[in-house]
Every structure is written in structure tokens, then in C-alpha cells.
Ligand binder design. Structure first.
Ligand code: FAD
Ligand code: DHB
Length: 390
């Protein structure tokens, strides 16, 4: 089969790219190694920056998000239970959209298929070829049968563990990686969140985050070891710790519910430079990972493919390659700012196992400063709601 852009991966990056390209009249095919049901129920991100929510609406895939998503105009930062609000709306004029990544994925798959888009689920043995020339190819198997996609460009939207980045020859990429001694144990629960807005809670017991997917479904995280064994965390122990990390009165504030999902995520910072070689372009988690505390991962994935779709649109319209050549530079300016913000939020809010008492006092001073100074809280707010994008 032939298409203009062959896309590996049906996560937010691959789906949004295919969607944006179709609006420019550019054909694409997506291949995905998981099933549709699996990608539509994989619980990941929950916070969408305001420009990204606007983009989903403006391009016709945001109607359900507008109906069911929750617009939040601030967050709380709690210091041993004392909650202090950062008012995004007052500080930046904008808010954030709280809406599950898997809901975005569902909406985009539905829209792509309704528009005649092609997504091949449950493929195996994907491999990418000849991207150093003008006729790249993607090979894979569907139901045991070998297939090939001939295309003009390959988009590697296959996440951190995908095959596209490792297919780039040695010596092309420089990897910047920092593995953090931190993890999050996350649950999704059939119960209301403790407050209408997200609470980022700094406590002597470690960090906790109280988020949500709806007024009746909570998404709750506890700082843990990166290799934490879930077997050591029966539900009642998780609830007890979540209550304790809410501070005094936490046992009354936090309602327990049926645990719908449970998992541990280890934290890392990772970036490759460049994000492209020949006609293979990486986007989203395939090229970079941020620690989750800044809620930036999905938003960066959407920003990358917005830039890539603009570059491809210019190329197919005029034959000009300037935007394609600038792709890495354009993405990385945003990526490194998100790395900076995510690192800062993470180091300010977590108990680092290597830290001593002076580090704790400095963290406390920083949290006190950021929640009381207009300038400092504005800096947090403008990064959290999302830096401007063209
Ligand atoms: P992915 O979502 O990983 O998609 C890649 C796709 O490629 C997958 O569907 C995968 O199955 C497929 N694939 C992989 N290998 C192959 C192959 N060989 N062949 C075919 N297909 C393949 N981000 C935020 O913005 N806000 C948040 O609040 C937030 N919270 C998070 C909380 C947690 C617990 C976690 C784990 C992540 C969070 N993130 C958050 C990060 C966010 O989920 C990711 O950055 C986002 O999923 C990146 O999208 P992507 O499309 O690049 O990659
Ligand atoms: C969620 C995840 C995050 O990483 C974050 O910073 C805020 C919210 C969430 O899953 O709701």
C-alpha cells in the first residue's frame, strides 16, 4: 500500500498527526501494535493545556471534551495539609482542561475512522526502512501476513519503547537522560476527589497528587520508590497513606471507592537530539519524556505533531523544506522549557531520598515563596497552563 505519511503508533501523537494532516489534504496510515480496546482504555495523562484544548475544538475533535471535560481555573499546593491556591485565571487569563488521555484517544480514533482514515491495530514486527532516501518504507505483519507501506515520510509516534528511535543509525542521536530516584503509585477510583481542583501535596511522608477524571472518578498518586512492588500496597494501605498525605482531617476529606486501576510509574527525563534524520521524524514520547509532576507529556506530543503537520503542509504545498529542516529546533525549544518546569515542580514537591534537613527547609521556603509571591506564582501558572504556541 502507498500513502504520503506512514505513522507508527496510535497514541495522542500519531492520532493527532493523522487528524491534522487529513485537514491539509495529506494522506496517512497509522499502524499500532495494541488493540483498539487497549489503547482506548490505557489510563495516562489528565491535564490538557489551554492552547491544546482549543486546538482539539478548532479542528473538530473537541465536542465531547467540551461537554464532559472539566475546566479548572487553578490548583492547590498543600504544605503539610495547609492548602494554598494558585489562581491560573487571575494570573494568566487562562485555565486547563481536565480530561483523560484515553478519552482524547477515543475521540480521535472515532473521528479518523469516520473521515475514512486508516488505522491498522494489532500489527506485529513493525520495522522502518530507507528513510535516508526519498522512498521510505514501513514493514509489519497483520494476522501473520507480511505487509509494506511505501510513503514519503515516516512519523515515529511509537512512544518511549517503540522501534523508530532505535532504528536510527548509531552516532546520529545524542541522548540526554536523567533517571530519578522517584516513582508514582497511581490509582483510578470510583469516588469523588477531595476538592474540586487538583491538590499537589508536599508532606513529611512524601508527595501526593489528588486529581480526577470527573466529579465521581478520582485519579490519585503517591510518591513511591521507582521500583515499588504493587504487592506491598493493598488498597487499604493506599487509602490510609492518601488520607495521611492530605494532612490533618484528610481521613474525612477523602472518600474511598472501588479501585478501577493501579500502577507504578518510574520517573525519568529524556531527550534525543535531533528529533529527525532523513525522512524519519520522531514525535512525542518517542523523542522525549518528562517527569509527570508538570503534566506536560501529552501536551508536548501534541505540540510536536502540530509543528510537523505545518512543515509537511508547507512541503506538499510549495516543495519548500525550510520548516521540515527546522522541526527539531522548533520542538526542542518547547521540550527543554517543559523539562525545566517538570524538573522544578518535581524537585520542589518530592522528598528526594538523598536530601537532608537543609534541603527540606529550602523546599519549604520555595513552596512558601511560590504560593505567596505574585511573580513566582505567575511563573508557575504560565508554565502550567502552557507557554504560548504559534
Ligand atoms: P504513547 O501514548 O506512548 O503512544 C505510542 C503508541 O505507539 C502506543 O499506542 C503504543 O502501543 C504504540 N507502539 C509502540 N511500539 C509500537 C510498535 N513497535 N509498532 C506499532 N505501535 C507501537 N502527560 C500530560 O500531558 N499530562 C498529564 O497529566 C500526564 N500524566 C501522566 C501520568 C502518568 C501516570 C503517565 C504514565 C504519563 C503521563 N503523561 C502526562 C504523559 C503522557 O501520557 C505521554 O506523554 C503521552 O502518552 C505521549 O503520547 P505519545 O503518542 O507520544 O506516546
Ligand atoms: C494528572 C497527572 C499528572 O502528571 C499531573 O501533573 C496532574 C494530573 C492526572 O493524571 O490527572
Amino acid at each position: 500500500m502507498r500513502t504520503q505519511v506512514g505513522i507508527v503508533g496510535a497514541g495522542p501523537a500519531g492520532l493527532m498527526l493523522s487528524h491534522l494532516l487529513s485537514r491539509e489534504g495529506i494522506d496517512s496510515v497509522i499502524i499500532e501494535d495494541q488493540s483498539r480496546a487497549y489503547v482506548e482504555s490505557r489510563i495516562r495523562a489528565g491535564v490538557i493545556e489551554s492552547w491544546a484544548a482549543d486546538l482539539l475544538v478548532e479542528t473538530g475533535v473537541g465536542a465531547r471534551m467540551q461537554r464532559e471535560g472539566l475546566v479548572h481555573e487553578g490548583i492547590a499546593i498543600a504544605l503539610n495539609g495547609e492548602r494554598r491556591r494558585i489562581d491560573f485565571k487571575r494570573l494568566t487569563g487562562r485555565g486547563i482542561m481536565v480530561y483523560g488521555q484515553h478519552e482524547v484517544v477515543k475521540d480521535m480514533i472515532k473521528a479518523r475512522l469516520a473521515a475514512g482514515g486508516q488505522i491498522e491495530f494489532e500489527i506485529t514486527e513493525a520495522s522502518v526502512h530507507d528513510f535516508d532516501g526519498r522512498a521510505p518504507k514501513i514493514r509489519y505483519k497483520q494476522g501473520g501476513e507480511a505487509r509494506e507501506i511505501a510513503c514519503d515520510f515516516i512519523a515515529g509516534c511509537d512512544g518511549f519503547h517503540g522501534i523508530c528511535r532505535p532504528s536510527i543509525p548509531n552516532g546520529v542521536l545524542t541522548e540526554f537522560e536523567r533517571i530519578l530516584p522517584l516513582g508514582w503509585l497511581g490509582i483510578l477510583s470510583q469516588s469523588p476527589p477531595p476538592a474540586p481542583e487538583l491538590i499537589y501535596s508536599y508532606t513529611d511522608r512524601g508527595f501526593a497528587l489528588y486529581s480526577m477524571r470527573s466529579p465521581t472518578v478520582s485519579r490519585l498518586y503517591l510518591q513511591c520508590a521507582p521500583d515499588e512492588d504493587l504487592a506491598n500496597w493493598p488498597d487499604d494501605k493506599i487509602w490510609k497513606e492518601l488520607k495521611a498525605r492530605l494532612g490533618p482531617g484528610g481521613d474525612k476529606l477523602l472518600q474511598e471507592g472501588k479501585v478501577l486501576e493501579k500502577g507504578v510509574t518510574a520517573m525519568r527525563s529524556f531527550v534525543v537530539e535531533p528529533m529527525q534524520t532523513g525522512r524519519l521524524f520522531l514525535a512525542g514520547d518517542a523523542a522525549h519524556i518528562v517527569p509527570p509532576t508538570g503534566a506536560k507529556g501529552m501536551n508536548l506530543a501534541i505540540a510536536d505533531v502540530l509543528f510537523f503537520s505545518q512543515a509537511l503542509a508547507e512541503f506538499y504545498r510549495s516543495g519548500k523544506t525550510a520548516l521540515l529542516e527546522d522541526y527539531t529546533q522548533k520542538c526542542l525549544e518547547r521540550v527543554w522549557k517543559a523539562q525545566r518546569f517538570s524538573w522544578w515542580m518535581t524537585s520542589m514537591l518530592h522528598l528526594n531520598p538523598d536530601d537532608g534537613p537543609s534541603d527540606r527547609r529550602r523546599q519549604w521556603a520555595e513552596l512558601d515563596y511560590v504560593t505567596s509571591s505574585e511573580a513566582a506564582s505567575k511563573s508557575l501558572a504560565e508554565n502550567y497552563v502552557g507557554l504560548p504556541i504559534e
